[in-house]
Structure formats: structure tokens, C-alpha cells
Design a protein around this ligand. Sequence first.
Ligand SMILES: *Cc1c(COP(=O)(O)O)cnc(C)c1O
Length: 282
Amino acid sequence: LSPDDIYLTSGCVQAIEIMISVLAQPGANILLPRPGFPMYESRTTFSELEVRYFDLVPERGWEADLESVKAIADENTVAMLIINPSNPCGSVYSHDHLAQIAETAGELGILIIADEVYDHLAFGSKPFIPMGVFGKTVPVITLGAISKRWLVPGWRLGWIATCDPNGILKETKIDQSIQNYINITSDPATFIQGAVPQIIANTKEEYFNKILDLLRNSADLCYGKIKDIRGITCPHKPEGSMFVMAKLDLSFLDGFSDDIDFCCRLAKEESVIVLPEVLHWE
Ligand SMILES: *Cc1c(COP(=O)(O)O)cnc(C)c1O
């Protein structure tokens, strides 16, 4: 990558906002993973970009169901989204699976938006592999930020990185659209921009290892305790990001109307806060 491939944004949220706005053309659609990160749905709805969902398969470590991707894509599909390591599934994709995703997107002629805000937060057996390494197969637009890896969500510094050695984004003027958007919006605070080179160069391995240990221990604890609770199962042990995805079986739990009701009462009665997943999977 060269400096021309990087656009600084106010956190990963603004990177999402920019990419969805750039891709939202009349009649276009985008493929989002289910379960996913609700910000994408809110943004696409606001921009009137049509959303189509492909499933992540819990039994296969939350891998993308690429058959369903092929089934829902058409000539108006502009991109598919991959969140790796995953919020909310806690999964980390293998090199093989990322290669399959790239092949599929390449065949369909669509871009990949790779949300890697949890880059390097992989504490299981699989290493984190950036989607950008497949940029020769298909143009990849990577979204990132310092918020998660450095635990500074309030600092609001993120980026868009275009990984496209074949120059397809230039040809299709998508990189020009990104630049146009950047030109009419505000930049991240200058004193944080000024700190970035030092943040990247001088953060010690020790700091990252401590965070990874903490995340690994928390994930192990959660996964272990969930196993002992009737009505809640965790289909796949978390290997990355900061999330444990659990499945609620309401037939074991008397008097709850749905997952939102369960989450509200868990907060009230036990002071334990969990997020409901509004989308349900079979
Ligand atoms: C937290 C999060 C973001 C937003 O990151 P910020 O840098 O805080 O704006 C984007 N995508 C996913 C998947 C996230 O979990």
C-alpha cells in the first residue's frame, strides 16, 4: 500500500458512513452478513442502499455461506461485507476461507468491504489474516481504526485502505468518490493524527499480549460458564474480537417473550448486561 491508498476518518464508524454513501447508487444492493453489526443496516437504510443478507454458519465456525452469497447477488450488487475478526460472532477466518470469499466475490464482479476494526485481536489457533492480501483476486476496501486494538474508542481515528493492485477502483472512479467525500467532511482531530506514527511504531508487544490474554481468559470463562446453563448454548468458542455469540432457547426459560425481554430482565435481576441479537437464526 502507498499513502495514496489510505484515507483517514473519524473512527471506523465514519469509514462505514463514507463507504456506504459512496456505494449507494439508485437500484444498487449490498450483501451483509447475518448475524452482523447493526451500524451497517442503519447506514444502508439511511442511504437507501438495498440490503441482502447471507448467512454465517455457526457449525462451520461462523464461515460465510458462499452458496447463499451467489444466490442473492445479481448485476446490481456492488459489494459484500466481511467482518473479521467478527463482531458479534467472535470468529477468525482461515486463509482458505478468505481465499474462497475472494474467489466468489471475484467471480461475481463485486468489491469486498473488509471491516477489520478488530485486526490482530485473534487469540485462538488461527492467526489474523488481512483480507487485503487477496487484492489481486478482487478489489478489497479495508476499514480499520485504533479504537479496538489500542482500547481508545473515544479517540475517533480510523481509516479506509484500498487494496487494489489492479487499479479497478480507479477505473470505476470509486477512489475518486471516496476522495470527494473526504474533501467535504471534517478530518480526525489533528493532535491524534500527530500521535499516530508514535502509536504505531512504539506500542510494545507486551501491551498487545496483555490485552490478548485478557480477552482469551474472558472468552474461556464465558464459554465455560455458558456450557453449564440450560437454555443457552454457544455454538462456537470465540477465537477473536471481543464477543461471545450465544443462542437462547426460550423453551427452557419460562415466561420470556423474546430475547430482548430476556436481556432486559437479566440486567434488572442480575446486573448482567448482554446484547440481544435482533436477527434470529435457525
Ligand atoms: C466498534 C466497531 C466499529 C466502529 O469503530 P470506531 O472506531 O469506534 O468508530 C465498526 N465496526 C465494527 C464491527 C465494530 O465493532
